[in-house]
Design a binder for this molecule. Structure first.
Ligand SMILES: NC(=O)c1ccc[n+]([C@@H]2O[C@H](COP(=O)([O-])OP(=O)(O)OC[C@H]3O[C@@H](n4cnc5c(N)ncnc54)[C@H](OP(=O)(O)O)[C@@H]3O)[C@@H](O)[C@H]2O)c1
Length: 174
């Protein structure tokens, strides 16, 4: 079965973006394990707001993977060659079709709306969290509307010279 891996960056005070969605505070001078992680996945899942943010910087970058964007607005049909919009029964779709399929793992990109859906359904296998050395004071939180306790097992933590710390967690399903 494919694993679902949340690979994400947050501020020290737990925000993934500024209130306006900006991620201009992310340290982008290095790879921080992303290339190796990217090689381990063949499928990408993200919320519609994150997708729109990605598109702001130009063309959609992940054309070598199969991407799914979650939305609750079926009136806007936006699927394209590399990106499929999913409008209903997200959990059923993930369990029945995605996890069972052969191949590499799944990158759960975020944002927090989508993270909560997956954590509440006990669908996340790994969390790779890069905490950036900044306090944003406000913004879009990493976790919101989580409705159950989740215990994580720390597999490793990697400190970088610039103050970024990356934690690799495993989640046992309940
Ligand atoms: N720091 C990082 O590493 C990182 C990673 C990812 C994202 N981000 C940032 O996070 C921000 C976006 O996060 P967000 O939490 O506001 O939004 P999001 O999770 O990216 O997307 C929210 C959208 O998902 C859809 N949705 C919500 N619940 C759903 C459900 N039950 N079924 C199907 N679709 C559902 C809705 O789309 P519709 O409105 O179309 O119905 C909703 O507006 C962006 O600024 C992005 O840059 C940062």
């Amino acid at each position: 079965m494919k694993k679902i891996k949340l690979f994400i960056a947050s501020s020290l005070d737990g925000y993934i973006a500024r209130d306006n969605g900006s991620i201009d505070w992310l340290v982008t001078d290095g790879d921080y394990g992303f290339s190796q992680f990217y090689d381990s996945i063949d499928t990408i899942i993200m919320g519609r707001k994150t997708y729109d943010k990605v598109l702001e910087s130009g063309k959609y970058p992940h054309t070598d993977k199969k991407s799914y964007v979650l939305s609750q607005n079926p009136r806007v049909r936006r699927s394209s060659q590399h990106v499929e919009f999913i409008y209903a029964d997200v959990i059923v779709f993930i369990k029945k079709h995605l996890i069972q399929s052969k191949g590499k793992d799944i990158w759960l990109v975020g944002g927090s709306d989508i993270i909560s859906i997956f954590l509440n359904a006990d669908l996340v296998d790994e969390v790779i969290l890069s905490i950036h050395p900044i306090i944003l004071a406000k913004g879009i939180p990493l976790f919101k509307n989580i409705q159950r306790q989740v215990i994580l097992k720390l597999l490793k933590s990697i400190p970088f010279d610039n103050g970024l710390i990356q934690m690799h967690y495993h989640i046992d399903h309940q």
